[in-house]
Design a protein around this ligand. Structure first.
Ligand code: PSU
Ligand code: MN
Length: 305
């Protein structure tokens, strides 16, 4: 147990489920504070929790509130994070010490959600999209801390792939170098979030929660230190036309470069701009793919046992 556990609060329901060996699924909070507008963000966060319960697991939404790492939030805490929105600091690995020392609040990214999930003993985490190697990273060196976290923290992250705001090919190369298994769920490709296909192959395909569980268990049995990434394609009926979404992404990437956006602001800038350019359609797709990942995560957590 790391010393950071002195700063960890596990919600009673989550602690009871973990103690009884019942399935628990972690959820991130950047998607709540920064990923969607209020009040849809709060509605979605509560609905994802309901979907997880409906599929036999206990949800643990993760955030930092008042300098405490929280595994499992109340509805009031979710409302607080959602209504404050962008006022809540986006907390990646390097931000955690500052936020905790100051007793502040933080919306956890994939990175910090994995860290806190692991501290709490949670093995499976459902989200929308992950950070990765940005387009142009060969000059900007903009590579998300999410990839390093996947390399070092033993949590299974179930996502809808990576948005093409990133260089998906380079993201996969990086994960290969770092020894992170990248599994397509029912597909041989990494999905591209809004669309089911990116054109880039994964290293293996799995077709059931049991298969995902077996791979995760083998990774533990081998003593591998990192996690694994599962790409679960958006359901067909909610996927977006590739030309519409790619035009919006290309424009957003161009504007970010023109305006000199850098550091932790890059991803939020791109995501917000893509959303503005595509209107409500992309928000609806985004919400539905999160539910889809929550369902698979609940079943996979149960299969891990
Ligand atoms: N990509 C998405 N949706 C998201 C994010 C990324 O398609 O919500 C968020 C996640 O919280 C992710 C973070 O962990 O952005 C990555 O930020 P950065 O690229 O600054 O590491
Ligand atoms: Mn970055």
């Amino acid at each position: 147990m790391s010393e950071l556990n002195n700063y960890l609060d596990i919600a009673p329901e989550v602690a009871a489920a973990l103690a009884a060996g019942k399935p628990v699924v972690a959820l991130e909070s950047t998607i709540i504070s920064h990923g969607m507008p209020y009040p849809q963000n709060v509605e979605t966060a509560l609905e994802v929790e309901r979907v997880i319960r409906e599929n036999g697991a206990t949800p643990a939404t993760i955030a930092v509130i008042g300098g405490r790492c929280k595994a499992g939030l109340s509805a009031e805490e979710i409302e607080y994070l959602g209504s404050r929105g962008m006022e809540i600091t986006k907390a990646s690995r390097r931000d955690l010490p500052v936020i905790i020392a100051r007793g502040g609040d933080g919306a956890t990214t994939v990175t910090t959600t994995m860290m806190i999930a692991q501290m709490a003993g949670i093995k499976v985490f459902a989200t929308g999209g992950i950070g990765g190697v940005h387009r142009g990273a060969e000059t900007t060196m903009d590579i998300s801390a999410d990839l390093e976290e996947l390399a070092q923290t033993p949590v299974m992250v179930i996502c809808a792939g990576a948005k093409s705001i990133l260089d998906i090919g380079l993201t996969l190369e990086y994960l290969e170098t770092k020894g992170v298994p990248v599994i397509g769920y029912g597909t041989d490709e990494l999905p591209a979030f809004y669309t089911r296909s990116s054109g880039f192959g994964v290293d293996a395909r799995a077709d059931s929660p049991e298969e995902l569980a077996a791979i995760f268990k083998a990774q533990r049995a081998l003593g591998c230190k990192g996690g694994m990434l599962v790409g679960n394609p958006i359901p067909e009926e909610y996927s977006m036309p590739a030309d519409v979404i790619n035009a919006a992404i290309d424009q957003a990437v161009r504007e970010a470069a023109e305006q000199g956006v850098h550091g932790k602001l890059v991803t939020p800038f791109l995501l917000a701009r893509v959303k503005e350019l595509t209107g409500g359609d992309s928000l609806d797709s985004n919400i539905q793919l999160v539910y889809n990942n929550a369902r698979l995560a609940a079943k996979t957590a149960a299969a891990i046992g």
